[in-house]
Design a protein. Sequence first.
Lengths: 354, 235
Amino acid sequence: MRREGKIQVWQDYQKEIADDHYFYVRSCIRQNFFPGAEQTFLKILRSELNKDIYENPHHTSCSGIGYHSDIVPFDTIQTVVARQFALMTEAGYQNLAVSCITSFGIYNEIIETWKEFPAELEKVRNFLKTATGREFEIPQNVSHASDIVYKFRHRITDKAKHKLVNQQTGKPLKIVEHIGCHYSKMFPSKGVGGAEFPHVLVGMIESWGGEVVDYPERRHCCGFGFRQYLVMSNRGYSVSNSKKKFESMAPYKPDAIVSNCPGCPMFLDRWQYVIEEMEGKTYGENGQGIPVLTYEEMAGLVLGYNPWDMGLQMHQTNVEPLLDKMGIQYDPDLKYAGKDGKIIGNPMMVGCGC
Amino acid sequence: MKLYLELTKDVRFTEGLRSCMNCGICTAICPAAEFYDYDPRIIASIIQSKDEKRIEELLKSDTIWYCGECMSCKTRCPRGNTVGLIIMALRSLSQELGYFAESEKGRQQLAIKRVIGENIIYKGYCVLPENLVPEMHPEQGPVGEWIYENKEKVYERVGANYKGDGEGALRKIPQESLDEISRIFEITGGYDRFEKIEHFSKMKAESMGFSENEDNYSDYVNHIFTTNNGKHNRQ
């Protein structure tokens, strides 16, 4: 499609993102694999942008992984989600900030279901009242956390300590952006830029000096597939889909991959290690892997945060090649240190391509 | 029971199947169709035929368990159908009737219930660090093993509040909140779903020669978690 056409599609998918006062709901996957990314997001909002973002300790999983692996019925997840909304209502908030793409898709699916089938909404109100005594309002605004970073990307640029630029060559770093499927494939109007040309990560990358890689399998799923990863004997599905993407992006020599979904970066990170173990194949430069970041981590690097404070040591594929290109100073001896500065222990073999 | 009629009671089915013209765009975009012997176009075709016998076969087959629910089909269908939603309605009905236990892929629901389902009820999360046992998750690699072996220190280092009170990543969910989740499961059919998965799995396990012993069919759970007959993939 010509650029003019893309601009037209983009204009069709503007989305409103709340400006302040967010009720934050965490991600099961991100808490397990990239907890530092969530901390980084909150730090950026509170310390850099002076925004009000509230987390209620009583909120739970939305149960979305259970729902999409089909052990949790629709009535049940609707009511669990209604309880999250009740906590938000009781705290006086109207804007939901969602850490997880699966949850984001579910919140949108359920709110749209209630619009389409009002009887479902009434049923769920009764369920929640009976089970918990709680009542709720539907959020006025549902934004994924990446939407919020996107909205304030220029303010982050203003505070940037580093750019997505190769400090040795002066050229923009080539970044693959991977959008989690449930961000906008189900409800294109709920995502910045829609499903075909999502702009949420593109906007960040370009604002911070990088260049987006456009490759054939750019919109292909990472291969999570819920039950296709959760059950050991199904995982061939998951790694095969990630491999399809790696094979497609590798000729463009990307410097990094960034994702807005909690699960996708874990798979794109871990499956590089698995493919190297199985086939001896790596997709980055000099026999190394392609570093994989969450968007919070990418924003944190731009803002000059310590990579190990953000948890980049929890990645299997080494991130150092990217840090070196960006000219970021880090202490390799503290990579596996604990809060007290003492080494916790070194993984037996570290990173993809080591 | 009229199976098609049962499906129409699920709003996801109503949303998922409007009028399929069998163009096959869903199959072209489908990650599962590329990997498995799976064709979402045929799913829509069978359902649209309202052929009860073929729908029953589908409910008992591996086929409905191949979808990854990525919902890529939703984006591209020119008629606004979503085979992923039809699949979710089929899987719900298959579990309701116990048909899931008739296929290798369907039987895996017990393993998912035992891990993800019980995590939600007892801990308030779908996934927990304790689940990532290296033997069951070799894909997590040496770094994953390092995290698993040093959970408290690693999570503390990156600012999580692992098993702690108050807010933060991986915090302990208060018991009163878990009690509310439990009551939600009780009155919305969540526990009914769990009990059906357990009940029909137990019957199947015994018919396959597994016994309960003292470990609640753990040999059977291990079997369904790791078994792959190698006949699922597109040739």
